[in-house]
Design a protein around this ligand. Structure first.
Ligand code: ASP
Length: 441
C-alpha cells in the first residue's frame, strides 16, 4: 500500500492509530464492565448503537472482499508461477509447512497442558455452574457438530458443485479450488486468448486492493468497536473460575510464537523475529480484534507485500490457502481443551491416546473454517470420539472469545511466516527485500 493513500492523516501512521483503537476499546470496555457491569442498559445501548455497528461495518468491509480477493489472487498466483509443476511444488511446500508447524504447535500444547494440569484447579461446583450456565449454547454447538462431521466427504466437498454458490456460502476451500483450476486453465491457453482474462483478473485484484484501503481507513474505529464490545460484555468471573485453563492455553500460544515460530523465522526465513512481528502488526491486531483468519486475509495480503516485500504471486497464493488450512493456534487450543475436558470428566487418556488427540487436533485445525469459533464444532467431534460428552464444551464457551482472539492471532503469524518462507525457498524473496522503512500499515 502506498504511504500516501494509507496513512490517514499527518503525523500518525495508520498502524499506530489501529493500535490506539485497540487500546482505547479494551481499556474503556474493561472499565465499563468492572464499574457499571456487563449487562447494564447503558452498556447495552452503547454497544447496540455505537460499538457493534462500527465493528460490524469494518468486519463486513473486510469480508466483502474476501471471496473476489481469493479467486483473483489464487488464479493470478497460478498464472504468475507459470507452469503447473511449479504450482504443485509451491503448493506442496506451503501445505508441508502448514502441517509441520501445526503438528509442532499441537505437541507443544500437549506438553504444556500435562505440565500445568489445569483440571486440578476446577472444583466440581465450578464445573456444574458452568455446565448449567452454558448448557443451551453448548447443545446448539453439539447439533452443529453432528452435521459437520470430518471425513471423506470433507475431501470431496473441496471440489464445489457450483463456484458461485461456494462463494455465496463463503466456502473458502471451494473458491480456492475453483481459482486453482481457473489459473491452471489460463496457463495452458494460447497467450493471445488468455491475456484479456488475465488483465481482467489484475484489474479485479487492484479494485479489491483499493477497497481494502477504504476498510483500513476505518480500522482504528472498527477495532475499537469490536474490542469494546467483547471487553464490556465479557464475564470476568468466568475468567477467574477457569483461570488455570485460560493461562495454559495462553502460555502454550505464547511459547509457540516465542520459541517455535521465532526459531523458524530466524533460521528458515532469515529475519529477526522482532522485525518480522513488528512489520506484521496490522495483521496481528486485525486477527486479534476480528477472531477470524478469513477476515484478516485482506490485511495479511497487504502486509505481506508492503511490509515484508513478499511478491504478490506467492503471498496471493499461499495466504488464502493458509487462512483456511494453517491454524497453529487452533491446534494448540483444541489439544489442550480436549485433554482438559477429558480429565474433568474422569477420562484419563493414555500416551497413545494423547498422540491421537494431537493428530486429530492437527487435522481438524486444518479443516476448521477461519471464522470466529470455527473450530468449536470439530472440537466437539473430537470430544465425543474420546467418550467425553459434547456438552462438556459448555465449560469453556464463556472464555472462548478471548481464546479465539489469541489463537487467531497465532494462526495469522503462521500464515505470514509460511508465505515468507515459501517465497524465500523459491528464490523469489530474500531478507534484504524487506522495505527499509516500514510502510503505512
Ligand atoms: N477463529 C479461528 C480463525 O479464524 C478459528 C478457530 O480456531 O475457531 O483462525
Amino acid at each position: 500500500m502506498s504511504e500516501s493513500s494509507s496513512s490517514s492523516g499527518p503525523g500518525m501512521k495508520l498502524h499506530t492509530k489501529i493500535l490506539l483503537g485497540l487500546a482505547i476499546g479494551a481499556v474503556l470496555g474493561v472499565i465499563v464492565n468492572l464499574t457499571v457491569g456487563s449487562d447494564h442498559p447503558v452498556v447495552d445501548a452503547v454497544n447496540s448503537y455505537v460499538a457493534v455497528p462500527i465493528g460490524q461495518i469494518f468486519l463486513r468491509m473486510l469480508f466483502m472482499v474476501v471471496m473476489p480477493l481469493v479467486f483473483a489472487s489464487i488464479s493470478l498466483g497460478v498464472c504468475g508461477l507459470g507452469d503447473i509443476r511449479k504450482v504443485g511444488r509451491v503448493g506442496g511446500k506451503a501445505v508441508g509447512y502448514f502441517l509441520i508447524t501445526t503438528a509442532m504447535a499441537a505437541s507443544l500444547g500437549l506438553i504444556v497442558v500435562n505440565a500445568m494440569r489445569p483440571w486440578e484447579r476446577v472444583t466440581p461446583e465450578t464445573r456444574q455452574a458452568l455446565m448449567d450456565r452454558f448448557s443451551k449454547d453448548a447443545s446448539g454447538r453439539v447439533q452443529v457438530a453432528a452435521t459437520s462431521e470430518f471425513g471423506m466427504q470433507t475431501l470431496i466437498n473441496i471440489v464445489p458443485r457450483n463456484p458461485i454458490q461456494a462463494a455465496v456460502n463463503t466456502d473458502m476451500l471451494g473458491v480456492i479450488f475453483f481459482g486453482l483450476m481457473f489459473g491452471a486453465a489460463l496457463t495452458l491457453m494460447p497467450q493471445a486468448k488468455a491475456q484479456p482474462m488475465i488483465g481482467w483478473l489484475e484489474a479485479l485484484n487492484e479494485v479489491v486492493t483499493r477497497i481494502i484501503h477504504f476498510a483500513m481507513l476505518i480500522a482504528p474505529f472498527g477495532v475499537a468497536g469490536l474490542i469494546f464490545t467483547v471487553a464490556s460484555r465479557f464475564g470476568f468471573d468466568l475468567l477467574v473460575a477457569i483461570a488455570a485453563f485460560v493461562a495454559t492455553v495462553l502460555i502454550a500460544l505464547l511459547a509457540h510464537v516465542g520459541i517455535t515460530l521465532s526459531l523458524v523465522i530466524r533460521f528458515l526465513v532469515g529475519l529477526s523475529p522482532l522485525v518480522f512481528f513488528s512489520r506484521i502488526r496490522a495483521a496481528l491486531i486485525t486477527a486479534f480484534s476480528t477472531s477470524s483468519s478469513s477476515a484478516t486475509l485482506p490485511t495479511a495480503m497487504a502486509v505481506a507485500e508492503s511490509q515484508l516485500g513478499v511478491p504478490r504471486r506467492i503471498a496471493g497464493f499461499v495466504l488464502p490457502i493458509g487462512s483456511t488450512m494453517c491454524m497453529n493456534g487452533t491446534a494448540i487450543f483444541e489439544g489442550i481443551t480436549v485433554i482438559f475436558l477429558a480429565e474433568i470428566f474422569g477420562v484419563d487418556l493414555s500416551l497413545p491416546q494423547m498422540v491421537v488427540v494431537m493428530v486429530m487436533s492437527v487435522l481438524t485445525a486444518v479443516g476448521a473454517a477461519g471464522v470466529p469459533g470455527g473450530s468449536i464444532p470439530l472440537l466437539v467431534g473430537i470430544l465425543t470420539m474420546f467418550g467425553v460428552p459434547g456438552e462438556a464444551i459448555a465449560i469453556v464457551l464463556g472464555v472462548d472469545r478471548i481464546l479465539d482472539m489469541s489463537r487467531t492471532t497465532v494462526n495469522v503469524c503462521g500464515d505470514l511466516s509460511a508465505a515468507t518462507w515459501v517465497a524465500r525457498s523459491e528464490g523469489l524473496w530474500k531478507p534484504s527485500d524487506v522495505p527499509k522503512v516500514a510502510g503505512a500499515l
